[in-house]
Design a protein. Structure first.
Length: 313
């Protein structure tokens, strides 16, 4: 692969596994020096699930691909840890940071354990578990990164979000956190665009992360996504690899408008395809009859969300 990001400095939070790991691998393979963060194994899901990859493994995999990785253990719920992280990046690179990817998220296990319990029956502290790192930390990281990028009149900030900010997904704290992250990205873009810094929210589709596959094996994923086993199997079959998001970030960073295929050789599901919506709700036979070019317009996605009341008096 061409090293199109040679000489650039990137920081990917939450890169031990999942989407963050996939993005870090692609950035490193493309030539960037990648700072990657994660919690120490004894303080993360690795303490329970021994087969999950670690931050050091991600770093080693980047090096095996000819890239340069700098692993940094960081507790993203602690603003002092975050400040020390950015101080280190700044000192070691003469104040330069080209790419920030906010992918850290610490509430996966708690969200899985709560299943599809409504918010008024769940522990109210589930909010902090999901949004302390998933939202608050992202804001703090953006502040530190923007200060470095504005000085050099360039930079890219990518916040990993999801369609959960548009439509009910998993639970209330999750949806609120993603909607807020999208709003934060849009508003930051207004203030940073004049300084040459781009900010985007990236919405991956269903992704075959290491942890989601564990939840699937444990039978917890069906409850989380509220899908039948048949529908979930279909979704998994067409799901994205963790590195697909990495390819998207590399494309954004190099401003190349290209579509990459998954390693399985097919495009991931498009949430705007009418057929995808039918498949999601289990109407597989009907979906097979709908042409792939039948797509829901962007404005239609907004009206499909719960942001609009059913009745206006």
């Amino acid at each position: 692969m061409a090293r199109v990001l040679e000489g650039q400095i990137a920081l990917v939070t939450g890169a031990s596994r999942g989407i963050g790991r996939g993005i870090a691998l692609q950035l490193g393979q493309s030539g960037a020096t990648v700072y990657i963060t994660g919690r120490k194994p004894e303080k993360s899901l690795n303490s329970k699930y021994k087969n999950l990859p670690t931050l050091e493994q991600t770093a080693e995999d980047i090096r095996q691909r000819g890239g340069k990785a700098v692993p940094v253990y960081c507790d993203h719920s602690d603003h002092n840890d975050i400040a020390q992280l950015f101080d280190r990046v700044q000192k070691e690179n003469d104040g330069r940071l080209n790419i920030l990817v906010n992918s850290a998220y610490s509430g996966g296990k708690d969200m899985a354990d709560s299943g599809s319990v409504p918010f008024f029956e769940a522990d109210p502290l589930l909010w902090d578990s999901l949004n302390n790192v998933g939202l608050r930390n992202n804001y703090i990281c953006c502040v530190h990164a923007a200060r470095m990028m504005v000085k050099r009149k360039s930079g890219l900030i990518v916040n990993i979000s999801s369609a959960g900010g548009l439509q009910y997904t998993f639970n209330v704290p999750y949806g609120v956190g993603k909607a807020a992250l999208d709003r934060m990205s849009a508003d930051m873009a207004v203030e940073l665009t004049p300084h040459g810094v781009s900010v985007v929210s990236l919405w991956p589709g269903m992704v075959r992360t290491e942890f989601s596959q564990i939840l699937r094996e444990e039978g917890k994923l069906e409850k989380m996504v509220q899908q039948s086993t048949e529908a979930l199997d279909k979704s998994f079959k067409e799901s994205e690899s963790t590195e697909f998001s990495g390819k998207a970030v590399v494309a954004l960073a190099t401003d190349r408008k290209v579509i990459h295929l998954l390693f399985l050789g097919h495009l991931p599901m498009d949430i705007r395809r009418v057929a995808t919506a039918l498949e999601f709700f289990g109407f597989n036979r009907t979906a097979s009859l709908v042409p792939s070019f039948f797509r829901i317009p962007i404005w239609g996605m907004h009206f499909a969300s719960y942001k609009f009341p059913y009745k206006i008096w």
